[in-house]
Write a protein that binds this ligand. Structure first.
Ligand SMILES: Cc1cc2nc3c(=O)[nH]c(=O)nc-3n(C[C@H](O)[C@H](O)[C@H](O)COP(=O)(O)OP(=O)(O)OC[C@H]3O[C@@H](n4cnc5c(N)ncnc54)[C@H](O)[C@@H]3O)c2cc1C
Length: 384
């Protein structure tokens, strides 16, 4: 593993940093306060092909590696975590499975729509199926040349904004439950989207429920192989988890940067807070946590995706980076004193935004299950 970014990635990082400062940062407080979607920033991201960063040029993408998308998510999250999750969802949970499993027609049609500003959503979670993905109750029954979709999805990012939903549904119950993935257009008859929910953090991103009532889905809208949806879900979540890890890293970095400035400006006892060794040591500890998180995130983003340990690396990155985001934002808020508790300073929003990184795309407990499974697998392999 190369621990330094290549010249190319350094240049991209600079480009993304400038983009985030110019377009995402000025709107971050407003979209949080008003719970509104960052339309202006999204339009800019689309215009600069940043929503199709890791997609081949033949589909209007920029043909970059996964690491480039991760750098974009990190830079956006430094200033606006809500914008970063919209990008992460679209780039990693929507575009990547379409690229890998989509037919030529699906790819041509969807990437063309995405390059013109349309968005997708990844609809896996249900009221009774969160951590336990296989508890999914949404069904898709084959009828002539289409499928009839019935069920409910909960907590779907981009619901109500998206034009296409990647919907995971049960296509076999016995002897073993099997899932398949369907591309469901937002104007499908029988599909209703709930009011968006009001959230603690990432309030500029839209989260809502979906209900499918006898929705007729043409068989051409099956994504990938019939009954192989569970594999597609797990594979896709590996990428999504690195995206959330990058989001967590960016939140931690943003909190750290603003706090470093704050403690040099705020004076108590006749001198800047930064002169106190307690403050210096706190920041030094946080700097070390952030550096460690960054290495784990970049390691996961550059790890061979076909390697058996790819899931584990993604889970380690998410587990550690999300813990770092909580640790850094909580301690940085403390260093702001009473000001940290006010909406006037971004640290208050950053601390609220950090929490979700320990929950979505698999809670921290799920990441530990994956890591533990792999470590015992490795131990068993060593004994062979
Ligand atoms: C803002 C937001 C956006 C989201 N976006 C999407 C999206 O776009 N698409 C999508 O499909 N989903 C999305 N989700 C859903 C998210 O991925 C789930 O909320 C998450 O996976 C946890 O599921 P749950 O909420 O049902 O919690 P539960 O599964 O009910 O878990 C509750 C608690 O129990 C713990 N737990 C559960 N099982 C075990 C176990 N076996 N051992 C130990 N502990 C356990 C969990 O870790 C957690 O702490 C989103 C959620 C939120 C809040």
């Amino acid at each position: 593993m190369n621990f330094l970014l290549s010249k190319h990635h350094q240049l991209l990082q600079k480009e993304f940093s400038q983009f985030a400062q110019t377009y995402a940062a000025p709107l971050a407080a407003k979209i949080d306060a008003e719970e509104c979607f960052p339309t202006v920033t999204m339009d800019k991201l689309i215009a600069e092909q940043l929503m199709l960063l890791s997609i081949p040029r033949c589909y209007n993408g920029r043909a970059e590696e996964l690491l480039s998308s991760i750098l974009l998510i990190e830079e956006l999250a430094k200033h606006c975590a809500a914008t970063s999750i919209i990008v992460s969802t679209q780039s990693l949970l929507v575009c990547l499975p379409i690229l890998k499993y989509g037919s030529q027609e699906q790819k041509a049609q969807l990437f063309s729509a995405f390059s013109n500003g349309s968005l997708g959503a990844f609809a896996l979670t249900e009221p009774q199926a969160g951590t336990d993905v296989l508890a999914i109750e949404t069904t898709a029954e084959k009828k002539d040349d289409h499928y009839i979709l019935n069920g409910q999805k909960k907590f779907i990012t981009n619901a109500g904004i998206a034009d296409i939903y990647l919907v995971f549904a049960q296509t076999a119950a016995t002897p073993k439950k099997k899932l398949s993935v369907f591309l469901v257009p937002s104007d499908t008859v029988g599909l209703t989207v709930s009011e968006k929910v009001s959230k603690m953090g990432i309030r500029g991103s839209t989260t809502a429920s979906l209900t499918f009532e006898n929705c007729s889905i043409p068989q051409e809208n099956l994504l990938g192989t019939f009954d192989h949806g569970y594999k597609i879900a797990l594979e896709t979540l590996n990428f999504g988890r690195i995206g959330v890890a990058a989001q967590a890293l960016g939140i931690a970095e943003g909190a750290f940067d603003s706090t470093t400035v704050y403690v040099q400006q705020r004076e108590q006892f006749g001198q800047p807070l930064a002169n106190k060794q307690h403050i210096q040591f706190t920041l030094a500890e946080l700097q070390a946590e952030i550096e460690a998180a960054r290495l784990l995130v970049y390691q996961a983003a550059t790890f061979p995706t076909t390697d058996d340990h790819f899931s584990e690396k993604a889970s380690i990155a998410k587990l550690f980076a999300s813990k770092t985001a909580m640790s850094v934002t909580t301690k940085c808020l403390q260093l702001h004193g009473g000001n940290g508790y006010l909406k006037d300073f971004p640290i208050e929003r950053m601390m609220r935004d950090a929490k979700i990184t320990e929950i979505y795309e698999g809670t921290s407990e799920v990441q530990k299950m994956i890591i533990a499974h792999q470590l015992f697998q490795d131990a068993a392999d060593k004994m062979k």
